[in-house]
Design a protein around this ligand. Structure first.
Ligand code: NAD
Ligand code: MG
Length: 397
């Protein structure tokens, strides 16, 4: 194409006001010649969304909470912007499908992002996946949609992004690769032996990564790594016994692939999500991300240790759910979302989170869901179950 502007990729960010949203916009802002921001979405923070619209002037801004659509439209008008406002869960789906969108960055947190992420895949958009809960809940449907529409799925989660990079060295990953090794920082409580009385502030103070509150708590319980094992299993087609987790507190190696010949490839870098985001945005080219460069002389010794599954049972529960099947993975995720929310509201003690999930998993039954409606129904059921459990029992003591 001769017109440079017309050749720019149109980007939609689902969850633009979050941590991944901000990192993505930072990378996009460095490459106005390559990308233009076409659609931005948020859940309920109208002011933050309007601020982003002022900076990036997208065609469309969508707010998840339908009752805020009027205020969003008003604020956009007041700001003198031509951005169209829309609201409600359907508006998120519409944003993902927009004709002028080439690439969708799925950065909503939780199963709430599933419908719009799936819509992007079905519409054949290039899909940059950060929203791991979407693939944990609906891996089969999402991959089927990607195949069906010939969409391109690129993982943003740093571990999966690292594995994607390492797998470039394999012609046939299934035969060439022995196992995938996901690294985990260990979270803020790696060296803490007594987790009683842990506060949301302590759980969210991650030593290496600056992230949204839900994923920060997941990192503290190691459920984040559990969700990532399930995510890796879907993305790369590996059974659970070929996916290992190793604690690596420095967060310099973002994951590794062990090949049958004994070679082990690792991807390294400073812990900054702009690196995997830039990789996914630019793929197969490489573009600058703004991340500080890795200084090996400053990185210090790199350590590795086995995860303590006694103290952090969530990782074991995630493997258990993965082996049990898709319905169990949906229940695991839903119970975790409800339990984490309850912990963040200071209702449920941190140490009880795994027990709540275990209890919900034990009650879960059902075969693999064949449709998005079935996934969402299983998700709602598990949430109901978890909430009932939280009110009925004495979890809070
Ligand atoms: P965040 O809480 O900072 O942002 C979440 C975004 O989703 C916000 O824009 C929010 O408005 C939107 N949102 C929340 N609930 C919504 C709903 N019900 N409907 C519509 N929109 C909703 O979260 P984050 O840290 O940016 O994480 C986003 C996703 O990326 C998560 O799935 C997380 O696991 C994954 N991820 C994050 C990081 C990281 O470094 N932050 C790294 C790897 C993967
Ligand atoms: Mg990760």
């Amino acid at each position: 194409m001769s017109d440079g502007k017309a050749a720019r990729q149109g980007i939609c960010i689902l969850g633009a006001t979050g941590s991944i949203g901000a990192s993505t916009l930072d990378v996009l802002g460095r490459h106005p010649d390559l990308f233009r921001v076409v659609a931005l979405t948020a859940n309920s923070n109208v002011d933050a969304l309007v601020d982003l619209c002022r900076r990036f002037e997208p065609e469309l801004a969508a707010i998840g909470d339908a009752s805020l659509a009027g205020r969003l439209a008003q604020e956009l008008r007041k700001a003198g912007l031509r951005t169209t406002a829309s609201g409600g869960p359907d508006a998120l789906v519409q944003a993902a499908r927009l004709g002028s969108v080439d690439c969708v960055v799925a950065a909503i947190v939780g199963a709430a992002g599933l419908s719009a992420t799936l819509a992007a895949a079905r519409a054949g958009k290039r899909l940059l996946l950060a929203n791991k809960e979407a693939i944990v809940c609906a891996g089969s449907l999402l991959l089927e949609a990607v195949r069906g529409s010939r969409a391109n799925l690129l993982p943003v989660d740093s571990e999966h992004n690292a594995i994607h990079q390492c797998l470039a060295a394999a012609r046939d990953a299934n035969h060439a690769v022995k196992r995938l090794i996901l690294t985990a920082s260990g979270g803020p409580f790696l060296r803490r032996t007594d987790l009683a009385g842990v506060t949301p502030e302590q759980a969210c103070a991650h030593p290496k990564w600056n992230m949204g509150r839900k994923i920060s708590v997941d990192s503290a319980t190691l459920m984040n790594k559990g969700l990532e094992v399930i995510e890796a299993s879907w993305l790369f087609g590996f059974a659970p016994d070929r996916i290992d987790v190793v604690i690596h507190p420095q967060s310099v190696i973002h994951s590794l692939v062990e090949f049958v010949d004994g070679s082990v490839l690792a991807q390294m870098g400073t812990p900054d999500m702009r690196t995997p985001i830039a990789y996914a945005l630019g793929f197969p080219e490489r573009i600058a991300s703004g991340s500080p460069r890795l200084d090996l002389l400053q990185a210090g010794p790199l350590q590795f240790e086995a995860p303590n599954q006694e103290q952090f049972p969530c990782l074991r529960l995630a493997y258990q759910a993965l082996r049990a099947g898709p319905a169990a993975c949906i229940a695991l995720n839903a119970a975790n979302e409800v339990a984490v929310d309850s912990f963040l509201k200071r209702e449920l003690p941190f140490v009880r989170i795994p027990a709540v999930i275990q209890e919900v998993l034990a009650r879960c039954s059902g075969g693999p869901p064949g449709s998005i409606e079935a996934v969402l129904e299983l998700d709602r059921e598990a949430r109901r179950e978890t909430r009932t459990l939280l009110t009925r029992s004495t979890w809070t003591s």
